[in-house]
Design a protein around this ligand. Structure first.
Ligand code: PLP
Length: 448
């Protein structure tokens, strides 16, 4: 990497400036839509994770693996709605089930058999779920699971991990300028994948800790797989101190039919789910041991009340059941995750061989690019914030350039570097994507 005097722009900065200018020129309709949107929505949108600097693309439609923006550009979608869009844009089985369900009416406002069907399917899949309840998002499911765990243990503290994301008001990415909104639980933040430091921190507070919540793979925080020994350690500690262990499998549930807990054979006390189990609609679920979940049994005079107008929305229930029965099969999930594992291995191999400034981490079909500016000691790593990582600004610029460069090649990824695969993709789509990523990485290397 060359060092440039502060006054002089580096080739990387120049390349990025050029990429942003060209993006602006190519997307006048999106820019106009953004300006209009910003008059009623702060920042022109209502979901911070999909914002794009300098302005977001507005997508008009999607079909199969493709999306089309307001300016008529078509992209292959490697975001898959941040893992929830696992079915592609227009799965015919799902579409038929949803259209048929519409004929039976919306908003029935009562129990339906679709809801117990979905519940029994989830109980059958997830080893830790004996009873389950539904909510409207992963965020809500996690708030309910944590609150239930604290109520059950009559304790106050919640152990979470650095880099963890459990929802819009439950993120632990560390300090940043704007800060985050947080549900005011009494959090104890511990280092992910470091069981001895975690144990030390917990020891001092063990009588107050009612809940330990963890993602089996850090997702939004960078696709960092949880070390199985770390996750087993959390299981042991939770049992020893009498806290409820919650696995947030909102993303990792798609790694297999019973999530990562089934793959690793680790049984949490509670599990939270969301995203794709709503078959394309807003969904969340929290479930676990009978003795905990029975607190919600409305037959009991001292039951916890848990409302939610859309908890059992018939469309969501039917779409969810259809997805589980026909789409989220062991065979299809296995094939998709294999596609992702092979893609990651092939990409990292070339990144290393050619000293390219990127690495990719993840599991199966859920992955994240990381900038890697040290071109000598490059290794794929499960801890991408090690010494071999560049400064945050450089990292941001490398990922931004990757994003714009892939757009030019017809591929849509999250600007922060997340990609996830979906069922509409064929092996050829993934191979084409790999080639585009490698060509983009070579371009970025030349600009460093
Ligand atoms: C691990 C994890 N938990 C919880 C959530 C929150 O889910 P939702 O966006 O449905 O509120 C997410 C969303 O990305 C997630 O990745």
């Amino acid at each position: 990497m060359r060092i440039h005097p502060p006054s002089q722009k580096s080739p990387l900065e120049l390349a990025l400036e050029q990429a942003r200018a060209s993006y602006g020129t190519k997307n006048p309709n999106s820019f106009k839509a953004f300006k209009d949107a910003a008059t009623s929505l702060p920042g022109g949108g209502t979901r911070s994770s999909i914002f794009i600097h300098p302005f977001p693309l507005f997508i008009a439609r999607g079909e199969g693996v493709e999306i089309e923006d307001l300016d008529g550009h078509v992209y292959k979608d490697f975001v898959s709605d941040f893992t929830s869009g696992i079915y592609g844009k227009t799965d015919p089985v799902l579409k038929k089930a949803i259209v048929d369900a519409l004929d039976n009416g919306l908003q029935l406002g009562a129990h339906t058999t679709a809801e117990s069907r979905l519940a029994s399917q989830l109980c059958a899949r997830f080893p830790s779920i004996e009873l389950v309840r539904f909510a409207n998002s992963g965020t809500e499911a996690n708030i309910l699971a944590i609150s239930a765990a604290l109520h059950y243990t009559r304790r106050k503290k919640v152990v979470v991990f650095t880099g963890g994301y459990h929802g819009s008001v439950l993120s632990h990415f560390g300090e940043h300028e704007g800060g985050d909104l947080k549900v005011p639980y009494d959090f104890l933040v511990c280092p992910y994948n470091d069981i001895s430091a975690t144990e030390d921190r917990i020891e001092r507070h063990k009588a107050e800790i009612g809940c330990i919540i963890v993602e089996p793979m850090i997702g939004a925080g960078g696709c960092i797989p949880g070390d199985p020994e770390f996750l087993r350690g959390l299981r042991r500690i939770s049992t020893e101190i009498g806290a409820v262990l919650v696995f947030d499998e909102v993303q990792t549930a798609r790694l297999g039919t019973g999530g990562r807990q089934k793959i690793l054979n680790i049984l949490p006390d509670m599990t939270t789910l969301g995203k794709f189990f709503g078959g394309g609609f807003a969904f969340g679920a929290f479930g676990g041991k009978k003795e905990i979940m029975s607190m919600f049994d409305a037959r009991s005079p001292c039951a916890i009340s848990h409302g939610g107008t859309f908890n059992n929305s018939p469309l969501t229930m039917i779409a969810g059941c259809t997805a589980i029965e026909h789409l989220l099969t062991e065979e299809k999930l296995g094939a998709l995750n294999k596609l992702g594992d092979e893609m990651r291995d092939r990409l990292n191999e070339v990144f290393e061989k050619e000293d390219l400034p990127l690495r990719i981490t993840g599991l199966g079909s859920i992955n994240q690019f990381h900038a890697h500016a040290s071109l000598n000691d490059a290794k794929p790593t499960s801890k991408p914030t090690s010494n071999s990582s560049p400064s945050p600004d450089l990292m941001r610029s490398i990922l931004d350039l990757l994003f714009f460069s892939l757009l030019d090649r017809g591929y849509w990824i999250a600007q922060r570097g997340l990609i996830s695969l979906n069922f509409a993709m064929l092996e050829n789509d993934v191979r084409g994507f790999e080639e585009a990523v490698l060509n983009s990485a070579r371009e970025i290397k030349r600009a460093l």
